[in-house]
Design a protein around this ligand. Structure first.
Ligand SMILES: [Zn+2]
Length: 232
């Protein structure tokens, strides 16, 4: 190896840009409601922790309430609740300043994050060698991508569509999350509906549908029964 390459190697290590490390990556696991995203997030955290790695577990607006990741199969754990104002790099640096380690980050409900949060996560991978596992929905009830999900599609090292089968009432794979307001599939409205407001319809719920039935708005024969996957 030529001497100048050795110099480059040293500069690379000193600058901390990670070019010589094989390691950290940004992975985005996406799928509709009920695909097991939070379950997988918790399992992944468990597996890494068992290997002695230390993780930072983040969430935003989980249906169980602030500071908690809940899985539909009944398991859960405490997590750091983030807001628009949270700088994830500062959060990690804070842990380091306290003498802690952060080997990996689990980011659940990541569709509720901002695009800036996704940039911060990418920077943590590239500069600080922290593995990031992000979990969330790709598209909203109008079938449009969430801004954070789009940024993850653009930036992530690995994109994983979760394979746990979620079915529409007709038996086809359910890939889209419909917002059902007073029994009707909503076509417009705010991307996020958080909490109760005076303008809110009497009943808002979400139902996974195939593309065909999302388009026609057909909720199936059980449409009048209490919806599965109720979020509010
Ligand atoms: Zn269908």
């Amino acid at each position: 190896m030529a001497p100048e390459q050795d110099d480059d190697t040293l500069a690379c290590v000193v600058s901390g840009d990670g070019r010589l490390r094989g390691g950290a990556s940004l992975k985005f696991f996406h799928g509709p409601m009920g695909a097991g995203k939070s379950t997988l997030a918790l399992q992944l955290d468990h597996n890494h922790a068992r290997q002695g790695r230390v993780g930072l577990v983040l969430t935003r607006l989980d249906r169980a309430g602030p500071g908690w990741i809940s899985s539909r199969i009944g398991i859960g754990r405490a997590a750091e609740e983030i807001t628009d104002a949270t700088d994830l790099r500062a959060l990690v640096r804070g842990r380091w300043a306290d003498g802690g380690r952060v080997d990996y980050i689990i980011a659940d409900e990541v569709h509720f994050y901002t695009e800036a949060h996704i940039e911060q996560l990418a920077e943590l991978v590239d500069v600080s060698d922290v593995d990031v596992y992000a979990f969330g929905l790709a598209t909203d009830f109008r079938t449009r991508m969430f801004p954070a999900a789009r940024r993850l599609f653009e930036l992530c090292d690995e994109l994983v569509r979760l394979q746990v089968e979620v079915l529409c009432w007709c038996g086809r794979p359910g890939l889209l999350n419909a917002r059902v307001e007073d029994g009707v599939v909503a076509r417009e409205g705010a991307q996020f509906v958080v909490g109760d407001t005076d303008e809110a319809p009497a009943e808002v719920r979400y139902q996974v549908l195939c593309r065909r039935h999302h388009r026609t708005g057909d909720l199936g024969p059980a449409a009048n029964l209490a919806g599965q996957l109720r979020l509010v």
